[in-house]
Design a protein around this ligand. Structure first.
Ligand SMILES: *Cc1c(COP(=O)(O)O)cnc(C)c1O
Length: 427
C-alpha cells in the first residue's frame, strides 16, 4: 500500500497542529501507525490521498448512519447553503429538527440545540445542578461524555476514594464533585448514594456503553439507576449521543421504556455536521435561559446547514425496516467474524448491539471496564494494520466501536470477512 502522500501531509500537519490532528484518536497512536489523510468518502467507502480505498467502519465515529455523502443529505445541505449559512436568529429548520427530536423521544418535552456532544453533556449537568441545587455528579468508569472538565475524571485506587483527573488542567475542586462508579455494578452506585446521596445532582450514563468498545447494559442496571436516582431526588441523564438514533428511532430509552430526566444527543442528529442537543421534562428545561435562569448560548447553534443535514437524515431513518435491516446486516457480519476467529483459533469476544459492534482480543466475556482492560491491545494493533492492508478501515483503537451504515452492502460484508481472514492468517 502506497502511503507516501499521507506521510508527507502528516509531517506538515504536525508542524501546525498539536500531534498533527484536531482530535487525539485520529493520530493512530494506539495502532502504531501514522494516520492516513482522507480525501473523500462515498457510501460505505473512504479514500485516502494516496487513492487507497477502504470499507469504512468508523463512519466519522457514528454520525454517518446513512454512509458517506448520502445524496439527499448533500442536496439538503447545498440547498440550505444557497439561502445563507447562519443568521444568528431563529430559523424554521431548527424548529423542525427540535420537533422531530421531541417526537422521537417521549421523555423529551423540550430540547436545546447546541454544536457538539461535549457542549450538550456539559450544559446538561449545569442544568441538573441548578435544578437540584446540588453539586456532585456520578459517572461511570469507561463512559465518555465529551471533554468538559467534570467528565475527565476516573476512579481513584479504591471505589469511593477521591477520583483522579484523566488530564492535567482539571481543577481539584471539580474533581471532588465527580463520583466514579462501575458500569453494570449497581452496588457501586448504591454505595455512592449512601455516602453522598443528598448532594448528588445527577447520574450520567451511556445507556449502552460505546466508548470503551461496546459494552451492553446488564438486565436491571438501567432500571436500577432510574430507581435509585428517583429515590434520592437526583436526575438521571442518558447520554445518547451515539445511541440516540442508532439503536432505534428514539434511542435506548425507547427500547427499554425507561424515562430519564434529561437526554443528550449528537452525532446522527447532525447528519455529519456539528450538532448536539440536550432535552427532557418541561419543568426542568424551562429553567434554561431565556425562559429560566440557567445560562447557555451559542453563536452557530441551530444554524440552517446543520439543521438541514439533520432533518434529511432523520427522515431517512423513519423508513419501515430501516433499523431491522441495518441490525441484521451487522448481525450477519459479526457472526461470520466470530467463525473466522474460531477457525484461526484466536480468542475474541464480540459484543454487538444493533449496528454497533466491537471485536475484543480477550479470552473473557466483556461486560464492564475491567473486562475491557483484559484485552490484548498489541494484538489488536497488529490485526488493525493487517486489516488496513486488506482494504478495511476499523477504528484505530481497541476501545472504540465499529459502526455499520445503511450504505454497507452484502458485498461489503463479504469483502470484510475475506479481509479479516487475511488479517488473521498473519497474526
Ligand atoms: C462522541 C460523544 C460525546 C462527545 O460528542 P462530541 O460531539 O465529540 O463533542 C459525548 N458523549 C458520547 C456518548 C459520545 O459518544
Amino acid at each position: 500500500m502506497d502511503i507516501r502522500k499521507s506521510e508527507q501531509l502528516f509531517r506538515k500537519a504536525q508542524k501546525y497542529m498539536p500531534g498533527g490532528v484536531n482530535s487525539p484518536v485520529r493520530a493512530f497512536k494506539s495502532v502504531g501507525l501514522d494516520p492516513l489523510v482522507i480525501k473523500k468518502g462515498q457510501g460505505s467507502k473512504i479514500y485516502d490521498v494516496n487513492d487507497n480505498e477502504f470499507i469504512d467502519y468508523v463512519c466519522s465515529w457514528g454520525p454517518l448512519i446513512l454512509g458517506h455523502c448520502h445524496p439527499e443529505v448533500i442536496e439538503a445541505i447545498c440547498a440550505a447553503a444557497r439561502e445563507g449559512t447562519s443568521y444568528g436568529a431563529c430559523c424554521e429548520k431548527e424548529i423542525e429538527l427540535a420537533q422531530l427530536i421531541c417526537e422521537a423521544f417521549p421523555a423529551m418535552d423540550k430540547v436545546r440545540l447546541v454544536n457538539s456532544g461535549t457542549e450538550a453533556a456539559m450544559s446538561a449537568i449545569r442544568l441538573a445542578r441548578a435544578y437540584t441545587g446540588r453539586d456532585k455528579i456520578v459517572k461511570f468508569e469507561g463512559c465518555y461524555h465529551g471533554h468538559a472538565d467534570s467528565f475527565l475524571i476516573k476512579a481513584g485506587s479504591g471505589m469511593l476514594t477521591a477520583g483522579v483527573p484523566t488530564s492535567p488542567g482539571v481543577p481539584k475542586s471539580l474533581v471532588e464533585q465527580t463520583l466514579v462508579c462501575r458500569f453494570n455494578d449497581l452496588d457501586s452506585v448504591k454505595k455512592a448514594f449512601m455516602q453522598s446521596g443528598p448532594n448528588i445532582a445527577a447520574v450520567i450514563v451511556e445507556p449502552i456503553a460505546a466508548n470503551m468498545g461496546l459494552v451492553n447494559p446488564q438486565p436491571g442496571f438501567l432500571e436500577g439507576l432510574r430507581e435509585i436516582t428517583s429515590r434520592y431526588g437526583s436526575l438521571l441523564i442518558f447520554d445518547e449521543v451515539i445511541t440516540g438514533f442508532r439503536v432505534c428511532y428514539g434511542g435506548v430509552q425507547t427500547l427499554k421504556n425507561i424515562k430519564p430526566d434529561l437526554t443528550t444527543l449528537g452525532k446522527i442528529i447532525g447528519g455529519g455536521l456539528p450538532v448536539g442537543a440536550y432535552g427532557g421534562k418541561k419543568e426542568i428545561m424551562n429553567r434554561v435561559a431565556p425562559e429560566g435562569d440557567v445560562y447557555q448560548a451559542g453563536t452557530l447553534s441551530g444554524n440552517p446547514l446543520a439543521m438541514a443535514a439533520g432533518i434529511a437524515s432523520l427522515q431517512k431513518l423513519q423508513a419501515n425496516d430501516f433499523y431491522e435491516s441495518l441490525a441484521s446486516k451487522a448481525c450477519d457480519l459479526t457472526e461470520r467474524l466470530q467463525s473466522s476467529f474460531a477457525a484461526h483459533d484466536i480468542n475474541c469476544a464480540i459484543n454487538r448491539n444493533s449496528s454497533l459492534f466491537s471485536v475484543f482480543f480477550t479470552e473473557q466475556k466483556v461486560y464492564d471496564y475491567e473486562s475491557v482492560l483484559s484485552c490484548d491491545t498489541r494484538k489488536y494493533a497488529l490485526f488493525y494494520r493487517n486489516l488496513l492492508q486488506a482494504g478495511v478501515y476499523f477504528p484505530p483503537s481497541q476501545f472504540e466501536v465499529c459502526f455499520v451504515s445503511a450504505a454497507h452492502s452484502d458485498e461489503d460484508v463479504d469483502n470484510t470477512v475475506k479481509a479479516v481472514n487475511k488479517a488473521l492468517d498473519i497474526i
